[in-house]
Write a protein that binds this ligand. Structure first.
Ligand code: C2E
Ligand code: MG
Ligand code: MG
Ligand code: MG
Length: 282
């Protein structure tokens, strides 16, 4: 709308800006209330080994059920929670919950938890992770924290130190949505990631025959291999995509083809059923 900014445009969109600000304020208050009123829950999406489909772990994905508006996507409310400085308490709730749940699984598979950059800029975060592990009894190597490249955008911040402290606990790190953010690769040699997650946009591109997307996936796989990291392809939806991703050398796969994000009891059942022969390498 602001594109057709003519003479009278200012007055035309002012009320809308006001409404947006108002809407944010209301949503912020609702987010605060959500924590107190148990409106959050986690779904668990399977992460499997490419080729065999063996269950390697689950990624915990946050959901908010608003009393009036129903389910609100994390893509919508996580950025808002970050701005409103609510991501710390929400993130702590996610971490504690996911650790408690994974500790119940009769299985050595891992749980992956998304961590926002805001959480990592708080130096107390590492001790919070330690406490969550202690209280749940989850072995550190069964926890994987997913961070995005944007963590490394602010120079000389506490985030890198926080990541080091987390690694010292024995927790694994993976690099989420790789290729969509900050493009300097220096941090890859300084921070010990166990795996790189190739963003769904590249998987989609490659499946549509984009030479560029294919070249990028190849390069990421080669880079990860040479740094001793695994690669996880995100958003694999079809058998063809799985075949292609496997041919390109990705070690792990996540996507609707292998399983949608599942309610906690379904994930628990799957974790326990598949525990027997599951290898937890990589
Ligand atoms: P993400 O970490 O990259 O998670 C993967 C997203 O892709 C999830 O969306 C998942 O449901 C979706 N997905 C998985 N497989 C497929 C597929 O085959 N096709 C398609 N179209 N989508 C697929 P979701 O659950 O809506 O989460 C969106 C984003 O919100 C996440 O992206 C993550 O960045 C953020 N998020 C989710 N939970 C949390 C959390 O607890 N804390 C923080 N800080 N962020 C979270
Ligand atoms: Mg993730
Ligand atoms: Mg991701
Ligand atoms: Mg993604």
């Amino acid at each position: 709308r602001s594109k057709d900014a003519g003479g009278g445009a200012y007055h035309a969109y002012e009320p809308e800006l006001h409404t947006q600000a108002e809407e944010r304020r209301v949503l912020e208050m609702a987010l605060r209330a959500a924590l107190e009123n148990d409106q959050f829950h986690l779904l668990y999406q399977p992460v499997v080994q490419a080729g065999t489909g063996a269950l390697m772990g689950f990624e915990a994905l946050l959901r908010w059920t608003h009393p009036e508006h129903g389910n609100i996507s994390p893509a919508k409310f996580v950025p808002l929670a970050e701005e409103a400085r609510l991501i710390a308490p929400i993130g702590e709730w996610v971490l504690r919950n996911a650790c408690m749940e994974a500790a119940r699984w009769d299985s050595p598979i891992r749980v992956a938890v998304n961590v926002s950059p805001e959480q990592l800029h708080n130096p107390a975060f590492a001790s919070f992770v330690a406490t969550a592990l202690q209280d749940s009894g989850l072995r550190p190597e069964r926890l994987e924290l997913e961070v995005t490249e944007s963590v490394f955008m602010r120079e000389g911040t506490a985030a890198v130190q926080t990541l080091e402290m987390i690694l010292d606990l024995g927790v694994r790190l993976s690099l989420d949505d790789f290729g969509t953010g900050y493009s300097s690769l220096g941090y890859l040699s300084r921070t010990r990631f166990s795996s790189i997650k190739v963003d769904r946009s590249f998987v989609q591109g490659a499946s549509k025959g984009s030479k560029e997307a294919i070249a990028i996936i190849r390069a990421v796989v080669a880079l990860a291999d040479s740094l001793g990291m695994a690669t996880t392809a995100e958003g694999v939806e079809t058998e063809d995509e799985h075949r292609m991703i496997q041919a390109l050398g990705c070690t792990k796969v996540q996507g609707y083809y292998f399983g949608r994000p599942l309610p906690v009891l379904e994930a628990r059942g799957l974790a326990t059923r598949e525990s027997g022969g599951t290898s937890v390498a990589a």
